[in-house]
Design a protein around this ligand. Structure first.
Ligand SMILES: Nc1nc2c(ncn2[C@@H]2O[C@H](COP(=O)(O)OP(=O)(O)OP(=O)(O)O)[C@@H](O)[C@H]2O)c(=O)[nH]1
Ligand SMILES: [Mg+2]
Length: 283
């Protein structure tokens, strides 16, 4: 797999977006992928906003293994972090996210009111690496009650806000973070969850690294959907078996290897290979 490089420009832009917007909000919703909450976060960038209340949103929880997600939630809570699991498509967990925003803002609000100032809505923004569901989270939280709050002069000049209920305002533009690579396996995970552009990694290499893991964690689905009887060391043999099972054949009968790799990635991303978590708390 080619080493994936982030252009310094992307990193600088992510920093700028965070530093420009953090002062406008009370709460930062850090959206991560529940299947790999560690690989899909960027602790270096989050350090820049360490002075803000942060709510970790483990999104796509419907695609992750439930027990593993519960393990992550405990892990984060033990570290004193606020963490909520969400399925932004179906809305499971949306109420908890809204509740967490309210709870996080409550002390500040109480302080304001004690000083005789008028209560104001809690302000929040969503941030996260590509494809973790930032836009889906915003849409889900805002729901049918979507209301553009509009430009506000002063501190929030030029920003669009949407209202959630009466007491929360959400910046309607999420901050896009660049992923942080600790090692090659992180790259594989980020490719698997669609956070790295499909054009810049070797699909076959990534699938080759994922298949043994999938086999270990979701054997039944791999047998059923991909027709695998086992996963062997020779990737070509596995790919061949999947290709025949799914009929990805050229005229003449040879398996279309590249298409098979694409299919495996797609099926994983759509949750068709079962609920597979890629990282476990404590590993
Ligand atoms: N199954 C499932 N799919 C989700 C969930 N949230 C988002 N998706 C899907 O994930 C894909 C990416 O979602 P987006 O909301 O566009 O993600 P994003 O972070 O805004 O992506 P970028 O703007 O490209 O960085 C879409 O196909 C969504 O339908 C979820 O909770 N569960
Ligand atoms: Mg988006």
């Amino acid at each position: 797999m080619p080493v994936i490089q982030w252009f310094p420009g992307h990193m600088a832009k992510a920093k700028r977006v965070l530093q420009e917007n953090a002062p406008l909000v009370d709460v930062i919703l850090e959206i991560v992928d529940a299947r790999c909450p560690q690989a899909s976060s960027n602790p270096d960038l989050m350090k820049l906003v360490a002075h803000k209340v942060r709510i970790k949103v483990l999104n796509k929880a419907d695609l992750a293994d439930g027990a593993t997600t519960r393990g992550w939630m405990e892990h984060f809570r033990r570290q004193g972090e606020i963490a909520v699991a969400l399925d932004a498509v179906k809305g499971t967990g949306a109420r908890e996210v809204i509740g967490a925003i309210r709870d996080a803002f409550a002390p500040k609000l109480a302080e304001w009111v004690a000083k005789g100032r008028k209560p104001r809505p809690a302000r929040a923004m969503a941030v996260g690496i590509p494809n973790v569901g930032k836009s889906s989270v915003i849409n889900r939280l805002v729901g049918a009650r979507k209301a553009i709050v509009g430009d506000k002069p002063g501190v929030t000049r030029g920003k669009q806000w949407v209202r959630i209920g009466g007491d929360i305002e959400l910046l309607d533009m999420p901050g896009i973070l660049v992923p942080k690579f600790e090692d090659q396996w992180d790259g594989v995970l980020l490719a698997a969850i669609g956070s790295i552009k499909d054009e810049v990694f070797d699909h076959m290499e990534v699938v080759g690294q994922l298949l043994p893991y999938f086999w270990e964690h979701s054997r039944e689905a791999l047998t059923e959907r991909l027709g695998l009887s086992e996963v062997v060391d020779d990737l070509g043999v596995n790919i061949e078996q999947i290709g025949r099972h799914r009929g990805l054949l050229r005229a003449g009968g040879a398996v279309e290897m590249d298409k098979v790799a694409g299919l495996v990635l797609r099926e994983f991303r759509e949750g068709r290979l079962g609920r597979i978590s890629l990282e476990r708390a404590g590993d």
